[in-house]
Design a protein around this ligand. Structure first.
Ligand SMILES: [Zn+2]
Length: 292
């Protein structure tokens, strides 16, 4: 025999020790149970953490290995990081302005501007979360207009993929609304407390959606055209040409006019639009840092 029996046992023990050491930073089952019990004790239904207990919960979170996806744990992490559906008053977004900005810059930093060299508009009304009273809703994206982003924007200006990803929607066969159809949609929105999703989807006109890392989706809206070679499921590289700026779905688009051309660009994270639950200065700071 090449190895003696004693040497084989020695190797086995060594492997076991190494295996144990590699797993050592992870929590033991007792740690996990304790953490769950404590988190549940303070969160009730699991998605409304009590503010005064957050600091304590923070220290317990360090015991949980990152691969754990317990819903209570996830809801606290989500809340801590500003992406919760809950408002600040409800305990959903409890980070400071600086923490919010840094968190979102970290998470979105892989994105680039969808338009070469374009600046973020200085008008708050063109940023996400701006009110849209004409349809009882809020703005879910960022608008790039000729007068506000420092580059030439017109029908046909190229639109680029903001980051590496996969095309999950591309409206090659979009047909423009008629003026009557658009007015009907706005009338439906006027009767609702917020813009219904199916109405909003039609008002966005011709669109492309790209799925990126980390459950992030970017949407390119009101397009004039889509790159004919691209199909759903295709991979795109950062800054790859995907389509052209237009005004589809807007009041100008339905009149077949070339006015009002702009790119409406949305960033969705965990099925919430970027900017939801953030202050305008936080939104602006993140977008300027990430996209300019
Ligand atoms: Zn817009």
């Amino acid at each position: 025999m090449f190895f003696s029996r004693d040497f084989s046992i020695f190797c086995l023990i060594l492997v076991l020790i190494l295996f144990f050491l590699a797993g050592a930073p992870l929590a033991t089952p007792q740690d996990k149970d304790l953490t769950y019990a404590k988190i549940q004790e303070y969160t009730g239904e699991g998605n409304n953490p009590h503010l005064s207990k957050i600091e304590e919960i923070d220290s317990w979170i360090t015991y949980i290995p990152p691969q754990l996806s317990h819903p209570v744990y996830k809801s606290i992490i989500t809340s801590r990081k500003g992406a919760s559906h809950l408002s600040k008053e409800e305990g959903g977004n409890i980070l400071s302005t600086e923490e919010n900005i840094n968190y979102w810059i970290d998470r979105l930093n892989f994105l680039n501007s969808p338009i070469e060299g374009a600046k973020i508009s200085h008008r708050d009304s063109q940023l996400p979360n701006a009110p849209r009273p004409y349809r009882n809703g809020v703005h879910h994206g960022l608008d790039y207009y000729y007068d506000y982003c420092g580059v030439d924007i017109r029908i046909g200006t190229p639109v680029k993929a903001a980051g590496e990803g996969t095309v999950i929607r591309i409206d090659h066969d979009y047909e423009e609304l008629t003026r009557e159809e658009r007015e009907e949609l706005l009338a439906i929105a006027a009767e609702d407390s917020t813009t219904p999703e199916e109405v909003l989807d039609k008002l966005r006109g011709r669109q492309i959606w790209i799925q990126h890392q980390d459950n992030i989706v970017t949407r390119y809206v009101h397009l004039h055209s889509t790159c004919p070679e691209l199909q759903v499921g295709d991979k795109v590289k950062p800054r790859q040409y995907i389509g052209e700026i237009g005004n589809s779905g807007t009041s100008h688009g339905v009149e077949d006019s070339s006015c009002g051309a702009h790119l409406h660009f949305e960033i969705w994270i965990d099925e919430e639009f970027f900017g939801h639950n953030l202050e305008v200065e936080e939104i602006r700071a993140v977008l300027e840092e990430v996209l300019q």
